[in-house]
Write a new protein. Structure first.
Lengths: 264, 259
């Protein structure tokens, strides 16, 4: 058991350090601190230009988008780099647990989500007066962690396709655009066309964001628990689907000898 | 005349590589939701011209975000691909050759930007009139030139600093905020506004927004053109100097290819 845990964390560490190309100082600081805050700042200013009263609503949405930015970009590039770097076939050729290998590729990135959310929130409070007077810190922390889990699971799912097509730009674009437009970060879900509203309720963030907005309004963990549990359920579904896709790709790679990396 | 051929050749070569349905799809997927979100915010506004300003800004955001990234890595890509030495053999200045490539990016992604423009107008459900049409046309031209000039700066700059993956991820939103694509930069806090005033895009966009909503008279709008043009000229001089420096470094270090 101890060996398995050690192996899991070793995989997580090595895949994170070796495949995540934003880990050098300036790119890391840009993606964790600068870019998310500037994106939040941009939407706050759009709200002020339009003379919207409650611009904080957009700020809270962009705190979550900060997590989307670092997870979707980080995880999809890691999967794609695994293939283009010629190491993916080594994974498929190994007897390692597929579930362990799959989720290990996300664990290394996990701390970046809460880190960027907290830094974005802090900068928003300090520099543009995001209102936190009623903030329930415990609910905020729990909501951030739960939302991070959901976003990480969909990022892992997208990572499968990034490796399959060796194109993380396209699948990160799908993640960025889809999660920005459909999960209530800016446009409320109930204002979307009915078909898109159905899709939105099946995406991560949609339910967890309600809990996070509740945290800023001072709600307790108990009062936002239904949204948190729904968010975890959605995350669980994406975890299972993502693992199933990963396993299918693994089988196809063994049977057809594809995904050897770089030469196709 | 030969230099014009070089410019044209570089433009056509880059256009053939770039112009594809895949590129349209990829950029549209990531950029249209941003335009739609901004336009949704604008929809709730009672102020005149907000929706149209944001729709136009959304198109420029596409051009800026995509082109600063593509152009920014263009000179580095030449080195990675092993074609930089061929460019240096050309009698035409490296600046001109890379400008041709950069213009191909700008023109193609401006067409893609029209999708963001259309999406924003669709979501905003409002097309306001333009108060000062002539000033609008001139300001729009200035914004285009300013965006071309500003994103082109990053071709030699990223070559000289050795940009790596993720380098542009803060530069893109920083450019959007400081250029005022979605709002007049007078909305920025004082400590940030002075930085924005160093960019030609901010002056030109502010003039564009005023020409749409009529909040300033023609004279005030025209006053913004002078610093925009001046900063454009200054940018051009800096870019030529940086390209000369990059070329000198490549020749002296022998670093014309990777590996």
């Amino acid at each position: 058991m101890v060996d398995r845990v050690q192996n899991f964390y070793l995989q997580a560490y090595l895949s994170y350090r070796g495949l995540f190309h934003w880990l050098t100082p300036f790119p890391y600081f840009s993606n964790i601190v600068l870019a998310p805050f500037l994106t939040l700042f941009n939407f706050i200013l759009i709200g002020r230009f339009a003379s919207i009263g409650d611009v904080d609503r957009f700020g809270i949405g962009m705190v979550v988008y900060a997590i989307v930015w670092i997870y979707v970009g980080g995880v999809t590039q890691s999967f794609s780099n695994d293939r283009s770097g010629g190491t993916l076939h080594l994974l498929f050729g190994s007897p390692a647990s597929r579930a362990s290998a799959y989720f290990a590729r996300g664990v290394g990135h996990f701390y970046n989500g809460p880190l960027t959310a907290v830094s974005t929130t802090l900068l928003a409070v300090l520099l543009i007066d995001l209102h936190v007077g009623d903030l329930n810190y415990l609910t905020y922390a729990v909501a951030i962690v739960v939302v991070s889990i959901g976003i990480l699971m969909i990022s892992l799912l997208l990572g499968n396709f990034a490796a399959l097509y060796q194109d993380w730009f396209l699948f990160s674009s799908i993640g960025y655009g889809g999660l920005l437009g459909l999960t209530g970060l800016i446009i409320p879900v109930d204002r979307l066309p009915t078909a898109l509203e159905v899709v939105a309720n099946g995406l991560p963030i949609t339910h967890g964001l309600k809990a996070l907005r509740g945290a800023f309004a001072g709600d307790s963990v108990a009062s936002v628990a239904p949204d948190l549990l729904l968010e975890l359920a959605v995350a669980g579904a994406y975890a299972l689907v993502g693992l199933a896709v990963f396993t299918l790709i693994d089988r196809a790679a063994r049977q057809r000898g594809i995904l050897a990396g770089g030469e196709e | 005349m030969g230099h014009l051929y070089a410019l044209q050749g570089a433009f056509l070569q880059q256009w053939r590589i770039t112009a594809s349905r895949y590129q349209i799809l990829m950029i549209a997927i990531s950029q249209i939701p941003t335009a739609a979100a901004a336009a949704w915010i604008a929809r709730a506004s009672v102020e005149q011209g907000v929706s149209l300003s944001i729709a136009i800004g959304a198109a420029f955001v596409v051009v800026w975000n995509v082109c600063v990234f593509r152009t920014g890595f263009s000179l580095l890509d030449e080195r990675w691909a092993g074609t930089l030495e061929l460019n240096l053999l050309s009698r035409s200045p490296l600046t001109l050759v890379m400008l041709g490539k950069s213009l191909a990016y700008v023109v193609f992604f401006a067409l893609v930007g029209l999708l963001s423009f259309a999406a924003a107008l669709l979501v905003a459900r409002e097309i306001a009139g333009i108060e000062h049409a002539t000033a609008f046309a001139l300001s729009l031209t200035l914004v285009v030139l300013a965006v071309v000039a500003l994103q082109f700066l990053f071709a030699p700059l990223s070559f000289l600093v050795g940009a790596q993956g993720g380098f542009f991820n803060a530069i893109m939103p920083l450019g959007v905020v400081l250029s005022g694509f979605f709002y007049p930069i007078s909305l920025l806090p004082n400590w940030f506004e002075w930085l924005a005033r160093l960019l030609p895009t901010s002056w030109a966009m502010e003039a564009l927004i005023w020409s749409i909503n009529g909040k300033e008279d023609l004279g005030r709008v025209a006053l913004n053109w002078l610093p925009a043009v001046g900063l454009l000229v200054l940018l051009a001089v800096v870019e030529v100097a940086l390209f000369l420096r990059a070329e000198r470094r490549a020749r002296l270090s022998g670093g014309l290819t990777e590996g």
